[in-house]
Design a protein around this ligand. Structure first.
Ligand code: EPU
Length: 430
């Protein structure tokens, strides 16, 4: 079993470079099959496991993928020959369902097993299905396990999303990029990775306007072509380092970022007493003294991102005063607080609200990563805590963060990965 071991209490100092955006990459990889050509994708976080699974799935349906360097791949979609993806492929991550939209766009049909991914509460796909049906596809879901999508031809249509959904916006954009006529998505998600997907598709010859607003217009094209594209920096990885810098009372320059994408995070950190300097492609975050309290409500972009909520909860656990976090996207995103309680945090949960009474210190403890961002929060907690923290289930963290030990280690953190054998593992022989 792999674990992270952290000896905490060291302020982070120095410079760190953020990788390409996971959630943009997860939409752009399947989008590459919408052309019968070669796409070169730069600044892609190739060592995170979610990206690896998406690349494996591409290969499974016939694409050829070449690794050019540590952040560049080439996807040759000329030999993609299957519209079927099994549970073995999809069970690892949520974004595997983007292959439904991409295969519909390419072949007019798709048979894709239901996706896996972090459990953050129920994750229905009704808005995705509504969008595909509006474009003329017939959708059936067999035993809640396999989505079968079929169409003679896709036609552009208006789609109003009843709920702002990143995944449904992406999936409808993928299918609509090659539908005949105009698709208008209303109440669309506005996250930076939606804009990045639109820019990638437009580089392939698509005609997409309005991404980044809540109305996206897609005029379908009969054919798309290959392109070279650079993925945006990861907003959430950047935010995670920003919060880690402030929570450890350190001073860190975070490079390869788009400061505009970080505004909601910067605003809250400043409210808590951090100093933030913005440069063209970097931010510097420093904090002296104990953080102040603040309240947070998670919202779709440009609101405060739910994917930064657990990390901020760690900082607020150490704040002077009582803070409230209201989670409005996911119904089960406070599970990680049980781990923070083990470290001495004082948090009570009432439905979708966490009340956090700041304490002076956290203490190291054995904890686990319940999901990806919960795992990021455990790292920050371990870095701040007195003594030794061991984090189990780090496979969740590896889904979304590259080179964790190197990146935090270069900032002065005492963090390492160890391999242990669980003596109580009944499958262990010997
Ligand atoms: N929803 C529905 N019906 C749908 C789709 C969504 O009711 O058809 C609901 C969800 O249950 C949720 C809300 O709408 O309550 C928002 O869900 P959304 O579809 O926006 O989330 P997602 O696309 O499944 C993406 C990110 C998540 C991030 C959310 C919210 C990817 C691959 N995942 O998920 O990222 O939390 O948007 O911003 O882009 C992460 O990176 O750690 C992560 C979980």
């Amino acid at each position: 079993m792999e674990k992270f071991v952290i000896n905490g209490g060291i302020p982070l100092n120095g410079e760190v470079t953020v990788s390409g955006a996971k959630n943009a990459a997860l939409a752009i990889i399947p989008a590459a099959i919408l052309c019968n050509d070669v796409c070169r994708i730069e600044n892609i976080p190739v060592s995170i496991s979610d990206v690896r699974y998406m690349i494996s799935t591409l290969k499974y349906i016939g694409a050829n993928v070449r690794f050019i360097d540590k952040s560049t791949i080439e996807i040759d979609s000329r030999n993609v020959n299957s519209y079927m993806i099994t549970h073995d492929m999809t069970k690892h991550l949520r974004a595997s369902y983007y292959f439904i939209g991409a295969l519909l766009g390419r072949f007019g049909r798709a048979r894709v097993a239901m996706p896996g991914g972090c459990y953050l509460g129920p994750r229905p796909i009704d808005q995705h299905i509504k969008g595909f049906e509006a474009l003329g596809a017939t959708i059936s879901v067999e035993d809640n396990a396999i989505v079968e999508a079929d169409s003679v031809k896709l036609f552009g249509a208006p789609v109003y999303l009843d709920i702002v959904s990143v995944g449904a916006t992406v999936n409808i954009m993928l299918a609509a990029a090659r539908a005949e006529g105009l698709t208008i998505i209303e109440n669309a998600a506005k996250e930076p990775h939606i804009v990045d997907l639109a820019n990638f598709l437009n580089s392939m010859g698509a005609d997409i306007r309005g991404a980044g607003t809540d109305v996206i217009k897609i005029r379908g094209k009969e054919n798309l072509h290959g392109c070279t594209y650079t993925i945006i920096p990861d907003q959430i990885e950047a935010g995670t380092f920003m919060v880690a810098a402030a929570a450890t009372r350190g001073d860190v320059i975070i490079k390869n970022v788009i400061p505009k994408h970080l505004e909601s995070i910067s605003t809250k950190l400043v409210e808590c007493g951090a100093d933030i300097e913005e440069y063209d492609e970097a931010v510097r975050v420093s904090m002296t003294g104990r953080p102040g309290r603040c309240n947070i409500k998670t919202m779709p972009h440009p609101g405060f991102p739910t994917d930064m909520q657990p990390q901020m909860a760690v900082l607020l656990s150490l704040a002077d005063g009582t803070s409230l976090i209201s989670e409005s996207i996911w119904s089960n995103r406070f599970k990680y607080t049980e781990q923070l309680l083990r470290m001495g945090a004082k948090i009570t949960i009432d439905g979708q609200i966490a009340m956090i009474h700041g304490v002076e210190k956290l203490k190291g403890a054995p904890v686990k990563a319940d999901d990806l961002r919960a795992g990021a929060a455990m790292i920050i907690a371990g870095l701040c805590a007195e003594g030794r923290t061991e984090i189990e289930d780090i496979m969740h963290i590896k889904r979304g963060y590259e080179n964790v030990v190197e990146k935090f280690g270069n900032l002065g953190a005492d963090i390492k990965m160890i391999y242990t054998i669980d003596p109580f593992d009944i499958n262990c022989v010997g």
